[in-house]
Write a protein that binds this ligand. Sequence first.
Ligand SMILES: [Zn+2]
Length: 236
Amino acid sequence: MDIAQQIRILVKVQALDAQIYNLRKDKEAKPMELDRLKEGLEERRDELNKSQEELKRLQLDRKAKEVELATKEEEVKKHQSQLYQVKTNKEYAALQKEIEGLKADNSVMEEEIINLLDEIDRVNEEISKEKDVFSIEEAKFKEAEVRVEQELKKIEGFLGGLNSERATLTPQVDSSILAKYERILANKDGLAMVKVQNDACQGCHINVPAQVINEIKLANGLVICESCSRILYIEE
Ligand SMILES: [Zn+2]
């Protein structure tokens, strides 16, 4: 088959390859959509874990303070019963003072426990909100997974059709010409065949000299754009 005919076939192959190139790009980008969602979901999970740890810490703190308060209250009771056994006014006054001190400490501790309970309520509320947000995000992620899988199947279907159409054309081109075309295709973002229009290469928009246009018309071999290294052709 002469070069001019092979060029015409390559133009058809290029039309298919442009679609194949775009579909492959789409296919590669799909899992990235999921990655983004997954990252967001993991951030939510981290937040939730942090809040749950804070809650645990607050509850331990509260428990410790309650135990301490109970011990101190026991001490107050013990001292109060000792009040009946002291023999001097001085001893009585000293014991009384100690009891007052303990009671003051205890009321501070009670205040602290109340504050802790407020904190615990706040964190519990936060956790329940974070759980809601997490389940919404999780549902979104699962939905996206299904959607992406369906879209990938669709892309595979299109690619299959385009590739079998391509396979009917490529055997008509010399293998060395096809190899050159495919090399350029891979290096030039899926565009190897470019039309010359108004004396300009439609790949890089640089002017094509008259001499080169003549070479294309003679069709003795592939003519490459000096500027963008793609294969030039003229539409009939
Ligand atoms: Zn060019």
